[in-house]
Design a protein around this ligand. Sequence first.
Ligand SMILES: [Zn+2]
Length: 570
Amino acid sequence: MTEVSTHPTPAQLADATWEEILPRYDALASVELSADDPAGIETWLETWNALDVALVEASQLANVAYSIDTTDPAKEEAYLRFSGQIGPRASEQRVRLASKLLDTGYTRPDLETALRRFRTDQEIHRAENVALEQETQALQAKYSKITGGMTVKWRGEDVPLPRLNPFMQDPDRPTRESAWRLQFAPYIDTKEEIDTILDDQIELRQQIARNAGFENYRDYTFAAKHRYDYTPADCFSFHDAVAETFVRANQRRHARRKELMQLDTLRPWDLTPDPLGRPALKPYSDIEDLNSRAETIFTRVDPVFGTYFATMRKEELLDLESRKGKRPGGFCTSFPYRKRPFIFMNAAGTASDVRTLLHEAGHAFHGFESAANLDLLMQRYYGSEMAEVASMSMELLAAPYLHRKDGGLFEDGDFERGAIEHLEGILAIFAWVATVDAFQQWLYTAPDALDHKARDAKWIEIWSRFDPDTDWEGLEAERLARWHKQLHIFLYPFYYIEYAIAQLGALQVWRNALKDQAKATADYRVALALGGSKPLPELFAAAGARLIFDAEGMAELVELIEGQIATLEA
Ligand SMILES: [Zn+2]
């Protein structure tokens, strides 16, 4: 056998099977560690990290290669080997090494947040839950299979549901209405089946929580998701504050929309199309144009961001345009061995593509800043709240530079329209997050959560609180089907309020930038560079923000957004 390097390259692991990788983790697990020898522990950490960065990069290279070309069987094989076999087993090995580290009692300030996570994971881990987790995953797969395969007949053609999206924005009201109604038809047809999946999920998840010593799955999830800095009670304050602030702002926007559209009532299909009936924005025609203008925009936000984006262009770390054979959607991932991010998208010329690119670039810059500043992968785990502060802030920081006269993408008029759409979307999202979060809290704390009638009634009650003025007359079945369509409830329970927490952070970064852009972007960069090496409130504070669950904090930001919209409308 050839000697195995303790510092492999991603290329050396590209074709490896799990049997070839496991001995590397075994070797790390068998090293003698002692608190009396901190230098020995540091060397061990560095060796563990070297294996993880190479393995993660090899896995992400396979992921990207397959995402770009799903038709190549060799790429598919590599992707499935990493995601299905190697990934979950490597995660188990990391838990094993983390326990070993905890046993030594070793700590240092910039590892405290990582050690705290490891400790929680160890405390809530129960061997008997492994099989239950697998059962929940099977139910998740069942939900994905049913909903992923849904098609509808649209203008004589069988089409998957996402194909209806452009028609829901159509200037013609009857077209919008048909598309909007049709998206729920397959959910209405499978209501029983989806309800039963959730029943089984709730029972399993509550059992998992009780096994781990928690009263219910909500409390278990707060621990499992490492929510150290806010509680269920904070989330209830958040719901009340949203009802007092964002919901009222939405009502004001709806009143204006009704006026512009000359309608007596707003039906659900009237809420998002352009109120003046203009065709969709087309801000660019070719991808090189988008790339070079994006670089100009980032440079204007901060020259350092322009440099990062130039690096991504030069090193081919972008695959943006929609092509046959590519996977749908968009994401930003990282190659930790090279300390580089990668952005994958399916851009087709729309305004939302531009926003997606700004968003993913925020994630990419987070990757650049934290990888340059922190040696260990475990220090760069920042959780979704902070991750989305990075990306949502970039959407807002870049917004002033999107005009063509500044090297951006939008002509006069389109610039204002795009900015208003963005800000209105931000106002609207809070009410929806509060609805989904309040409903999920109820699902795992109410005694009658398995009673389908009670569940549906609760959904309507909660949603009405946060959307008091849309006209739902005669749309009862669609209104109920809406929560069956919210995949987070089934696939990522409780993952939702993070978006709103992050958006409030991003709005504060933006508020600061409107006063002093240089200082605001400098603070933002400091926060990104901290990765996950500090607790969430400290990361927010570094960015010039705080965690907001109160009406006062929200009211300030609502006022700012409405003021900006008024200026854009003038
Ligand atoms: Zn994101």
